[in-house]
Design a protein around this ligand. Structure first.
Ligand SMILES: *Cc1c(COP(=O)(O)O)cnc(C)c1O
Length: 374
């Protein structure tokens, strides 16, 4: 927007030539950022609410040139201090014309810094940034095939080729969304509705979800949203004696108790590479429990209604959460860690963690995609 001579607003948006010019500046800014990233303190050096003090509390009435938003073109200006603030001669303060440099970057935690070692890796890449630039520039909308056929088809091709790299079973298919947390919720809802359709909605209070105390917090959130009662979420404790892996025994014991008291095992989540300790749950055994021992327990406790609810003999939904470490299993020497993945009804992976893929990008494969739309 530019001010017109009369002082009103000219709402003319940026045109393609201005985009070309501004994009060069933006890329220059990003390249400078990476060339100096090691000079930043990894953790933002600010206090809570710092930004409120630096930005106006209502949206501006007119736009500023991009250069001023990024780092202010101060090369042609002369300065003097007024109090602690630097005043530039066009009537503004320096901190008013250099928003990203002076206000945003100090409050950024620099995940891409080589000095960053907290939480887990979150590797972006320049190729990933360029891909996002392209996608954002074209402004792709892909919620159904017809809204952008190329988006849907590319999604399928990419998830299929990723599946090939990981040597996943050639059954079902993959989709992409923002985060693994969304996927854990998605498959839990699919599992819930699959069972409730057979046993009736009133059984919601009987459904039980199993994971370990190392499972990512997204499982709890998903259970809460799915309406699973908090007292029906089992998370057996793990310890260092088993490298913090979930014990199949603890799971089968919990299943026995639950079925004996009339509850319905719904969902088991095993993790390949837990977020806190990179533990690898023995999911080949856990998968067997989900599919087989589970049925035996049911027969012994005469829960025939539920057995007839799963005529396919599917047992409970078995999800493998590989959000963190799955990328490693593309390497042939690590692939054996996911032997037995055929047992899983679904599993997720976060390319935005250990692939050179920018945030956000998560992939889910499901054995029977038919349950997702429901
Ligand atoms: C990070 C992580 C998640 C959640 O991933 P988001 O994509 O951030 O939602 C789930 N499970 C594991 C094992 C993780 O490491």
């Amino acid at each position: 927007m530019m001010r017109t001579r009369e002082g009103g607003m000219d709402l003319k948006p940026m045109d393609a030539e201005q985009l070309r010019e501004s994009a060069h500046k933006m890329v220059g800014f990003i390249a400078d950022y990476y060339q100096t990233i090691e000079s930043f303190s990894v953790l933002g050096q600010v206090r809570p609410e710092y930004l409120h003090q630096l930005l106006p509390d209502s949206a501006p009435n007119h736009s500023e040139p991009l250069q001023d938003v990024l780092n202010g073109d101060v090369s042609q200006l002369s300065f003097h201090f007024i109090g602690t603030r630097i005043h530039v001669l066009n009537g503004q303060f320096l901190d008013e014309i250099a928003d990203v440099d002076t206000k945003i970057l100090p409050g950024v935690t620099h995940w891409q810094s080589p000095n960053y070692i907290a939480y887990f890796p979150f590797y972006g890449s320049f190729a990933g940034s360029l891909g996002q630039m392209l996608s954002a520039g074209i402004n792709i909308v892909g919620f159904s095939w017809v809204t952008s056929p190329a988006a849907t088809e590319l999604e399928t091709i990419v998830t299929d080729s990723l599946a090939k790299l990981l040597k996943l079973p050639r059954q079902g298919g993959g989709v992409m969304q923002g985060t693994a947390s969304e996927f854990v919720l998605t498959v839990q809802l699919a599992a819930r509705d699959k069972v409730l359709k057979k046993v009736g909605k009133s059984a919601l209070g009987k459904l039980v979800v199993y994971s370990s105390d190392q499972t990512h917090a997204c499982i709890q959130k998903a259970s809460q949203i799915a309406g699973i009662h908090a007292e029906n979420c089992r998370a057996p404790k793990t310890d260092s004696s088993t490298n913090f892996d979930l014990s199949p025994r603890a799971v089968s014991d919990a299943i026995s108790q639950d079925t004996a008291s009339g509850r319905i095992p719904l969902f088991l989540c095993a993790t390949v590479g837990t977020t806190s300790s990179t533990g690898v749950d023995p999911f080949a055994s856990l998968g067997k429990i989900a599919k087989l021992i589970f049925l035996l327990v049911l027969i012994s406790t005469k829960l025939f209604s539920y057995i007839s609810a799963t005529p396919e003999g599917n047992g409970m939904w078995f999800h493998v959460d590989a959000a963190y470490a799955e990328s490693a299993y593309i390497c042939p020497e690590y692939r054996h860690y996911i032997d037995g993945v055929e047992e899983a009804d679904s599993f997720d992976l976060d390319p935005h963690k250990w692939f050179p893929t920018n945030f956000d990008c998560a992939v889910l494969w499901v054995k029977e995609p038919i349950y997702l739309p429901h």
